[in-house]
Design a protein around this ligand. Structure first.
Ligand SMILES: Nc1nc2c(c(=O)[nH]1)N[C@H]1C(S)=C(S)[C@@H](COP(=O)(O)O)O[C@H]1N2
Ligand SMILES: [Mo]
Length: 415
C-alpha cells in the first residue's frame, strides 16, 4: 500500500485489520484468563477467530513510500546504501539553515557517523522496550501491535554536546538519494529530552517483538515515537538534524494532515453476524486506546430506515449499552513471550503482566451479546469513552488529526 491520503470506509478498515495476522493457534489464549469465564457461550465462535494480541512482524500492514521501495532493494544494493546492520550509518548534524550549536557532529565524511555496534553499545545501558500499535493517521485502523525496542533518541542527542539554539529535531530515512522521495518528520526537542506523563521515550528502534527490525518494518533502525501516528516513526533512518527552527516541517504536513495530533481512542467491530429474529446476536470488536485512555466501549442498535432527528450529531443522547472489555490475554502471540514482557515498560518485571489494563497506546478486544431483535435492517454503532469520559469522536473530532468517527455497520435480522 502506498500514500493513503483519503479515509477508507469502516468496512475496508475492518478487512484490513482482520487481514493483519490471524493467529488461530494462540486465540484460545486471548480469552483464557480471569474474567473470561463470564463471557456468554454465544460469543465463543467469534472469540476463537480473534487474531493474536501482538502481531507477528511480517504480518504488519505496510505503509512505505519510494520507487523502488527501499525494503525491496536487492541485498547488494542494501549493503551499498547502508540498509543492513553491517553497513548502516547514522549522521547526526546541525541544520545547515538553522544550526543548533553543538560540540560535536557525526558524519560519514569525517568517518564519525554512528554505526550499529555503537548503537548496541548504548543499548547495553539504555535499551528500553514498550508495547504500541502502529497506526497510520490516514488509514485509521492499526497496522499491527508490537513490542518495540531501542535506545532513547536523547542519548544520541547528548553525544553531540548541544550548547544552545536547539529547538527541534528533524529526521529522515533512506529515500533512493532522490530529493523528491524525501520522507521527513520532526519533534520538539523538549519531547525528546523528557517523557511527560509516564510516556515511554522516543527511541531509535532496532527490534520488534524481540527480533531484529526487518527491512520492511524500517530496519536496521527506525524512529519510534510512542504517542504518535505512524508518520512520525520514520523507517530506514539515516539522518538526525538538530535545528533551531521553531516550527515543524514534516513531509506529512502536506495533504492537510494535522501533524501534532497524538493517538486517539476509538472502537470498531470485528464480527457482526446477521441474526434470526428474537435470537441473541454475538458481536466482537477491538478498540485502539489512545493517549487519553479507555474507560468503556459501548454499542447501540437503531433501525436502519429511521432518521436520528435529535440535534445531536454524535448520538450522545442515544441509549448506548456497555460492551465487555476482554481481560489480559494469557497468550500474547506475535512471538512475544513473558520473559520479554518482564523487561517491557508498563509490565510488572516479576510477573510479566501489564500494570494497567487497558494499556494506553495499545489495542484491546471487546464483546457483547445483543438481545434478540425483530426482523429488519438495523445500524449497529460502537464508540469508546476515554478515561476522562469523552465519547467518540470527541474531544478531537477532525478526520485529519486521526480516525475517530463513530463506526456504523449494517445488521440484518431475518424471520
Ligand atoms: N522512510 C519512511 N518511513 C515511513 C514511511 C515512509 O513512507 N518512508 N511511512 C510512514 C507512515 S505514513 C506510516 S503509517 C508508518 C507505517 O509503518 P509500517 O509500514 O511499519 O507499518 O511508517 C512511517 N514511516
Ligand atoms: Mo501513515
Amino acid at each position: 500500500m502506498s500514500q493513503p491520503d483519503t479515509a477508507p470506509d469502516a468496512e475496508l478498515t475492518r478487512r484490513l485489520f482482520l487481514r493483519s495476522g490471524i493467529g488461530l493457534a494462540s486465540t484460545g489464549g486471548l480469552v483464557a484468563s480471569g474474567g473470561a469465564a463470564e463471557l456468554p457461550p454465544e460469543l465463543s465462535p467469534a472469540l476463537e477467530k480473534l487474531e493474536s494480541y501482538f502481531t507477528p512482524p511480517a504480518k504488519f500492514n505496510d505503509v512505505s513510500r519510494g520507487t523502488p521501495l527501499p525494503h525491496r532493494l536487492p541485498d547488494d544494493k542494501k549493503r551499498e546504501v547502508g540498509l543492513t546492520r553491517e553497513t548502516w550509518r547514522l549522521e547526526v548534524i546541525p541544520d545547515p539553515e538553522h544550526p543548533a550549536t553543538l560540540g560535536k557532529s557525526f558524519t560519514k565524511a569525517a568517518g564519525t557517523a554512528l554505526d550499529f555496534p555503537a548503537l548496541l553499545k548504548l543499548g547495553e545501558k539504555h535499551a528500553v522496550r514498550f508495547a504500541k500499535v502502529m497506526t497510520c493517521l490516514n488509514i485509521g485502523c492499526p497496522l499491527g501491535m508490537g513490542v518495540w525496542e531501542g535506545i532513547p533518541l536523547r542519548e544520541v542527542v547528548w553525544l553531540t554536546r548541544p550548547k544552545e539554539n536547539l529547538r527541534r529535531i528533524f529526521y529522515n530515512g533512506y529515500h533512493n538519494d532522490d530529493p523528491k522521495q524525501l520522507f521527513r518528520s520532526s519533534l520538539p526537542i523538549g519531547r525528546v529530552l523528557e517523557d511527560l506523563d509516564d510516556m515511554p521515550p522516543v527511541i531509535l528502534c532496532y527490534k520488534l517483538n524481540g527480533e531484529w527490525l526487518s527491512s520492511e518494518r524500517g530496519g536496521p533502525v527506525r524512529m519510534l515515537v510512542p504517542e504518535a501516528y505512524g508518520f512520525k516513526s520514520v523507517k530506514w533512518l539515516t539522518h538526525v538534524v538538530l535545528s533551531n527552527l521553531a516550527h515543524a516541517n514534516d513531509t506529512y504536513a502536506n495533504a492537510n494532515n494535522d501533524i501534532e495530533s497524538p493517538l486517539k481512542s476509538f472502537a470498531a467491530t470485528l464480527s457482526v453476524p446477521g441474526g434470526k429474529a428474537d435470537q441473541p446476536i454475538p458481536v466482537t470488536g477491538y478498540a485502539q486506546v489512545g493517549v487519553s485512555g479507555l474507560k468503556k466501549v459501548q454499542v447501540w442498535v437503531f433501525p436502519a430506515g429511521q432518521a436520528w432527528t435529535a440535534d445531536d450529531p454524535y448520538f450522545t443522547s442515544a441509549p448506548w449499552t456497555d460492551a465487555q472489555i476482554l481481560p489480559v490475554p494469557k497468550e500474547w502471540g506475535g512471538g512475544v513471550g513473558g520473559d520479554l514482557l518482564k523487561q517491557t515498560m508498563g509490565f510488572d518485571p516479576s510477573t510479566g503482566r501489564p500494570k494497567l489494563w487497558p494499556m494506553r497506546l495499545a489495542k484491546v478486544y471487546w464483546a457483547v451479546v445483543l438481545p434478540g431483535l425483530q426482523a429488519g435492517e438495523y445500524t449497529l454503532r460502537c464508540r469508546t469513552l476515554d478515561a476522562k469520559g469523552h465519547a467518540q469522536p470527541m474531544p478531537r473530532p477532525f478526520r485529519k488529526s486521526g480516525h475517530c468517527a463513530i463506526e456504523a455497520v449494517k445488521l440484518t435480522v431475518t424471520t
